[in-house]
Design a protein around this ligand. Structure first.
Ligand code: AMP
Ligand code: FE
Ligand code: FE
Ligand code: ZN
Length: 286
């Protein structure tokens, strides 16, 4: 069983997108689950970037604290030069998707080393300073860990300021990393019995977004849903997601994208309806 078999009740409070310190969140999976329970959530999905190694500790904590856990991963994908984040829920680990994510994780390490070297020309830092920010050997590395090192060194007050400066995708230092295409990832999620939802597709914090014809191709590959209510979507973006979901019969979700102290996003600040969660659970391979 890859997800809790509890029934979804009509008054359940559901948050389907959160991060622990197995990627760029700051809470351990157990701390995150405890806080989710404290916030009155009935269901939480832990969706660390490019890993499912946080599932086991999260599962233990969800049993301890009495909260329903939907396991998931926010899979990094790349469409042309556009970064598309794909939430993959309830899939079987150990299949092709794991290989794609392992390649992305390895590429993320080299990329962060190169980015650290580039930025060090103007903001002197050592790779050890970045590694000190990383919670464990299984953590997926990302720019937020370099941001934390820049904050620790006193160059910036917080992650957000570092992202507005040298960590921006538009800064001269930027380095990209390998990721599968959305269609490749969606097919791999489907082959592993899971359900995929595009996260914050039209995020106002990004300069480029997928076009409607890209979404159509993802739907043809087996895309199941789109995240609508997310703090990085304004009214126009939510309307656009809603229209696409209606056009293609997709599940529409809402979630916090909680990162602990790494971002201001609060657990449960956006939620998914019980009806939509039921559709996701019913679509998973039993
Ligand atoms: P990466 O995956 O290494 O390219 O880094 C992207 C990650 O950085 C995303 O998953 C976000 O969670 C995080 N991030 C992006 N912008 C910000 C910001 N302004 N403040 C804090 N975290 C951010
Ligand atoms: Fe993140
Ligand atoms: Fe994301
Ligand atoms: Zn996220």
């Amino acid at each position: 069983m890859r997800y809790c078999s509890q029934e979804v009740n009509d008054n359940d409070k559901i948050d389907l997108h959160t991060h622990s310190n197995y990627s760029d969140g700051t809470d351990s999976p157990a701390e995150l689950i405890r806080k989710a329970k404290q916030q009155g959530l009935s269901w939480v999905a832990l969706t660390d970037h490019d890993t499912n190694l946080s599932w086991e500790p999260a599962r233990k904590a969800s049993e301890e604290y009495g909260i329903n856990l939907l396991v998931g991963t926010e899979v990094s994908t790349k469409l042309r030069d556009i970064s598309v984040h794909l939430l993959a829920y309830g899939y079987r680990p150990g299949e092709e998707l794991d290989d794609l994510m392992a390649t992305a994780r390895a590429s993320r390490i080299e990329r962060l080393q190169q980015l650290t070297a580039n930025i060090s020309a103007d903001y002197p830092l050592k790779w050890e300073d970045v590694k000190r920010q990383v919670a464990g050997k299984n953590t997926t590395l990302g720019r937020p860990h370099l941001a934390d090192a820049l904050v620790e060194a006193g160059y910036f007050p917080d992650r957000n300021a570092a992202f507005a400066g040298p960590l921006s995708t538009r800064a001269k230092y930027y380095v990209s990393y390998w990721a599968p295409t959305p269609v490749e990832a969606i097919k791999a999620v489907k082959a592993a019995g899971g359900f995929s939802v595009i996260a914050h597709a039209f995020s106002l914090t990004r300069h480029v977004h997928p076009h409607d014809c890209d979404i159509a191709q993802m739907v043809a590959a087996g895309l199941g849903g789109m995240e609508k209510d997310h703090r990085d979507h304004g009214p126009e973006e939510r309307k656009h997601v809603k229209e696409l979901c209606q056009k293609y019969g997709l599940v529409m979700t809402g979630s916090s994208d909680y990162h602990g102290a790494g971002k201001p996003n609060c657990l449960g600040e956006n939620t998914t309806t019980p009806q939509m969660l039921r559709r996701i659970l019913e679509a998973l391979d039993k």
